[in-house]
Design a binder for this molecule. Sequence first.
Ligand SMILES: [Zn+2]
Length: 392
Amino acid sequence: MTEDPPPAPPLSSDPAPTRRRRSGLRRRPPFRIGDLEVRAGRRETGELPVPRLVTGTRISLPLRVVHGRHEGPTIWISSSIHGDEIGGVEIIRRVNEDLDPRSLAGTVIMVPIVNVHGFLVGDRYLPDRRDLNRSFPGSATGSLASRIAHVFMEEVVARSDVGIDLHTGSDHRTNLPQVRGDLDDPRTRDLAEAFGAPVMLHARVRDGSLRAAGTAAGKTVLLFEGGEALRFDPQAITAGVDGIHRVLARLDMDSGVEVAPPPVPVASRKSAWIRARRSGIVSLDVALGDRVAKGERVAVVHDSLGRRLSQARARFDGIIIGHTQHPLGHQGDALVHVARIADLDEHDGADGPPGVPPAPDRTTEPTSDPRTTDPDTTTDRTTTDRPEPDSP
Ligand SMILES: [Zn+2]
């Protein structure tokens, strides 16, 4: 369905010389995806069919394409690959509203709901209990999750140069707006810096994730985290919208929106959750974005009569990038997520932090640290090990 009026004919004194050079004399060819054919300078909506519901109802991934009048890269923006992480839907809605296909250089593919089955019922997973973001690149003959991943790879990733996958915290957890990516890859780091979220977190690719499959296919992929599941977090949504516009500007795509230069992002190569040592009522001492020193108390656990049971303390100097929103916690529950400040570097350009050795590949290594001697804290996981469900 066409949404935009036909592009106005250029004035005789227009377009500007740079535009003429960019678009050349010939009209840009149409962009084809699914059953859509989008002409240059137009915006269209469509859908990518995936396996039906058990009721027989047809189901598909909603799709919007803005095919700029001018030549440029193709970028995909996806959200809700975890069905309860809905914040990116609002980010995409606002970005789409801002985009003008008549000035855009390049093509933007927006897929606001990748896990439609989970989205319908507010569930992170698919009905087969699989995590869609562990099912990439998928296959045409695999599980339900695998087939949806395959459709996304074939239709969206294969046509793109760059991707931004939007996530939130989950399961009663909230995240400071942050970009996760392989900061050792200069192109990824460049776009992560351009995004301008408060924190950039180095995260090796994880098997089965969209980011891993997209990277393996030669694409530059950023993962954005911000806010919490099943909520619209204004700060995270604004950070996401502004960050996407800055990335489009960095790619010289001319999204038509001027966004203030990014705040100086801090980069970290390691993070860890601090867990509850006792079950009880949780009181947090910190908020998202707070800096904490090693040993500083970040939460207290009381019993229902107000008796203090345990305290949780930062294990290293860092910045608070996530925390639980649930006032009740069992022993072992993750309370506060700290990115290590010793590894922070203040936006020093395309190179990694000087003198910081590459982080070990934590993709397959759990990071429970039995050697810790601090009775109040436990290093449980980094941003890249399994099973904490906040992990993207
Ligand atoms: Zn997620």
